[in-house]
Design a protein around this ligand. Structure first.
Ligand SMILES: *Cc1c(COP(=O)(O)O)cnc(C)c1O
Length: 399
């Protein structure tokens, strides 16, 4: 079949809830993907950072096949021999005390919200149904009704009400606004260390540290959504390490399985996680043996193959080179580790057209908003491949 026929099938039989670039991929290896016509592209999105370890990593694949032949799902009604070792690995690698495994990122965010609400009522003493959670403008935490209830993106919300109450929105990067928004009923502050979908928005230095200090002073749980920033993307295991803090709850997903399988988790200190009692929360697939085996391998290769250091080094070089580009259309370039973006002046816009031109040069990147292009390749990328991206970026800028 031709690319056009695959696209036709999607259009005819699928819901139109995405507007992808018109490239039909059928194979991937490392940073590279191939379309059905055999054209090769360098993947600069890495499935929104779910493929940090590179496409079809052989060790993760082997773990998946080996486990799939033995046992895939027990539900949590019974125990399995993969869950305990997965918990231990994850806690040791992230300095956490407790893990609650789920599947998608949005489910893990929902889980964190439930945990802090319960903690607010049973530990902090907030009156019934009065718990408030503070969130940031331009956040992205997923697509469920409760999560879009506190989105500020009209596209994500319009037509989906009525919404879940109990959320208060403040500007991102503004610690004073956080302190001002707190009431006796505030149970948590939920924030992305770097706002990914908003266009790789990096807060002022010291912001998370101040947020940590404010949350401590007011007895509020700090929840970091590291679904995109976590697992090496920003050049550290977790982005919180840049500010030397620890969240009460850290949400991870995406690269936790290296792109093989949906696996997410809420990491917690002991006090907050301990509010959950048997029967109060769960998921049929959450913590299943296949997911645990895949996730353990996905974590292992991040360290064994020094992908986190590579993310730091290549990201530093990438940003440095981006900063050398001087072009009237570019408003700003920014990044941390391998999470980078070019922002064009709003009146120029054209991020989608720019991505389509990059595609013509063998680079797959995704626009976010009308004027921002994100670059987030797999963390296994090498210097010469970063140079290929930079060459393409330069070539497709209008001359
Ligand atoms: C992708 C993402 C989510 C949602 O994850 P899903 O697996 O798509 O539900 C939540 N938060 C952040 C920061 C993300 O990047």
């Amino acid at each position: 079949m031709k690319q056009g026929e695959f696209i036709g099938l999607e259009d005819q039989f699928g819901a139109h809830n995405y507007k992808p670039l018109d490239v039909v991929l059928s194979r991937g290896k490392g940073v590279w993907v191939w379309d059905v016509d055999g054209n090769k592209y360098l993947d600069c999105l890495a499935a929104y950072s779910a493929v940090n370890q590179g496409h079809c990593h052989p060790k993760i694949m082997q773990a998946m096949v080996t486990q799939a032949e033995k046992l895939t799902l027990t539900s949590r009604a019974f125990r399995n021999d993969q869950l305990g070792p997965f918990y231990k690995d994850l806690c040791e690698l992230t300095n956490s005390h407790k893990v609650l495994p789920m599947n998608s990122g949005a489910e893990a965010v929902e889980t964190a919200i439930k945990i802090v609400r319960k903690w607010g009522y049973t530990v902090k003493g907030v009156p019934k149904d009065q718990a408030e959670i503070i969130v940031c403008a331009n956040n992205f935490h997923g697509r469920t009704i409760s999560i879009v209830s506190f989105s500020t993106d009209e596209n994500a919300r319009a037509g989906f009400g009525p919404f879940t109450p109990g959320f208060k929105c403040i500007p991102f990067g503004d610690a004073a606004a956080l302190e001002a928004a707190i009431t006796a009923n505030t149970v948590a502050f939920l924030v992305e260390p770097i706002q990914g979908e908003a266009g790789v928005i990096i807060p002022p230095e010291g912001y998370l540290k101040k947020a940590r200090e404010i949350c401590d002073r007011h007895n509020i749980a700090l929840i970091l959504d590291e679904i995109q920033t976590g697992l090496g993307r920003t050049g550290k295991m977790l982005a919180e390490e840049y500010e030397g803090i620890e969240a009460d709850l850290t949400i991870i997903g995406k690269a936790l399985s290296g792109g093989f399988y949906p696996v997410s988790a809420v990491l917690s200190n002991t006090e907050v996680m301990n509010v959950l009692q048997p029967g109060e929360h769960g998921s049929t697939f959450g913590g299943n043996p296949l997911a645990c085996a895949v996730a353990r391998a996905a974590l292992q290769v991040l360290f064994d193959e020094k992908m986190i250091e590579n993310s730091y080094q290549q990201g530093k070089y990438f940003l440095n080179e981006l900063e050398k580009i001087s072009h009237p259309h570019i408003k700003e370039v920014r990044g941390r580790g391998l999470m980078l973006a070019i922002e064009f002046h709003p009146e120029v816009g054209g991020a989608r057209a720019y991505c389509n031109k990059l595609k013509g040069h063998g680079i797959l990147a995704k626009d976010t908003h009308e004027n921002i292009v994100r670059f987030a390749p797999p963390l296994v990328i090498q210097r010469d491949e970063v140079d290929m991206i930079l060459d393409a970026i330069n070539e497709v800028l209008p001359h």
